[in-house]
Design a protein around this ligand. Structure first.
Ligand SMILES: NC(=O)c1ccc[n+]([C@@H]2O[C@H](COP(=O)([O-])OP(=O)(O)OC[C@H]3O[C@@H](n4cnc5c(N)ncnc54)[C@H](OP(=O)(O)O)[C@@H]3O)[C@@H](O)[C@H]2O)c1
Length: 334
């Protein structure tokens, strides 16, 4: 069978290749062979490929943090999935045509769901859900604020917040995505490069009528962290969850002691490690139902066949996209 493979770190276009690898054996008791259908290219995949994330990989390495597959064969004793079911495998290394997975590490998703949207379930919707659920109660009418709002996580934050009646201030760095975000349920969209805290604070105050912003999500860091902090209400929490700007966070310390701001972090990997499997499953099932109902979705810019996986990764590494890049791992989805 075929898989994406890297034999060393480097630029995605240079190092990500489509290679022949051994097929998994017929599934042992309690195991399932999954024929993979689609997988997105996420920032964490790009960081891993470049050697900027998890440097303890062994080469040759098959990238891929998530994806969607169809059960192809089940071992003795497997009771929760059947051949033909659509599943999300919890293990990584998903950019390959087949995966052998223990039964309990599969999340069954609705057969009626859009395959491309379900393929993105495990990472970004779960992250958006964590951001909105893990930092104290939010009620209808509360305000949250985020940057990188037109990215995958940003779009899911908007939709999940809107479903609960939570208002969102969404900062983007370009002005061609406002209508798309408002269509998803964004309350306010602001174009700002996060370089001037006072300018952003004033813009947020004006756009929200001086609303108290209770929670902020920062995926950029650098000077952007301080700009986000300046726009939040007293006693708010600012949660850093990404470093898209590549520079270390800057923060005027007075915001902590004069305004009672708390700086927090969220890492989905830690959430998956520390959360019981039944809670993970119920969270993903709820999100999958929202995806299947067409309520929860993220824009997609392109789908590449597995043989062009290097181009797919290079495309995902470009800014200014209108959506995610997916890899089709099976003729059913190519
Ligand atoms: N902590 C966690 O557990 C966790 C989980 C999932 C994702 N993440 C992180 O969350 C971030 C977003 O992930 P994603 O999948 O949503 O990414 P994505 O779909 O690729 O979107 C990236 C977003 O970041 C914006 N952006 C990139 N560089 C920027 C910069 N220098 N200044 C301002 N905006 C910038 C992009 O804006 P344009 O559209 O204008 O290019 C886009 O909105 C990534 O850093 C990722 O690693 C963290």
């Amino acid at each position: 069978m075929r898989a994406a493979s890297i034999t060393g770190y480097g630029a995605p276009r240079d190092v990500v290749k489509c290679a022949d690898v051994p097929d998994p054996d017929a599934p042992a008791a309690g195991k399932v062979v999954v024929r993979m259908l689609l997988a997105p290219v996420n920032p964490a995949d790009l960081l891993t490929i470049k050697g900027n994330y998890n440097r303890d990989v062994e080469f040759p390495f098959i990238p891929g943090t998530e994806g969607l597959g169809r059960v192809e064969a089940v071992g003795d004793g497997v009771a929760t999935v059947r051949v033909g079911d659509l599943v999300i495998p919890m293990p990584r290394n998903t950019w390959q045509e087949r995966l052998a997975v223990r039964e309990e590490l599969l999340i069954k998703v609705p057969a009626s769901g859009p395959l491309d949207q379900l393929a993105m379930l495990k990472v970004n919707p779960a992250t958006a859900n964590g951001l909105l659920c893990e930092f104290g109660p939010l009620e209808a009418g509360d305000w949250v604020m985020q940057n990188a709002s037109n990215g995958g996580v940003g779009q899911y934050v908007i939709q999940l917040a809107a479903k609960r009646g939570i208002h969102t201030v969404n900062v983007v760095r370009r002005n061609d995505r406002g209508d798309a975000l408002r269509d998803r349920g964004a309350t306010v969209v602001l174009v700002d490069d996060l370089s001037d805290p006072e300018r952003l604070r004033a813009a947020v105050k004006s756009a929200t009528g001086g609303a108290h912003i209770k929670l902020g999500f920062d995926a950029i860091t650098g000077p952007g962290t301080d700009a986000m902090a300046a726009a939040l209400g007293d006693g708010a929490q600012l949660v850093v969850y990404g470093t898209q700007g590549r520079a270390p966070s800057q923060l005027d310390g007075r915001r902590l002691f004069q305004h009672g701001l708390a700086l927090r972090g969220f890492w989905l990997t830690a959430w998956y490690r520390s959360t019981p499997l039944d809670k993970i499953a119920s969270t993903l099932h709820r999100l999958a139902d929202d995806v299947a109902a067409g309520f929860l979705r993220s824009d997609i810019e392109a789908v590449y066949p597995l043989e062009q996986v290097g181009e797919a990764a290079a495309h995902a590494d470009r800014s200014g996209r209108s959506g995610k890049i997916l890899i089709a791992l099976d003729p059913e989805t190519a």
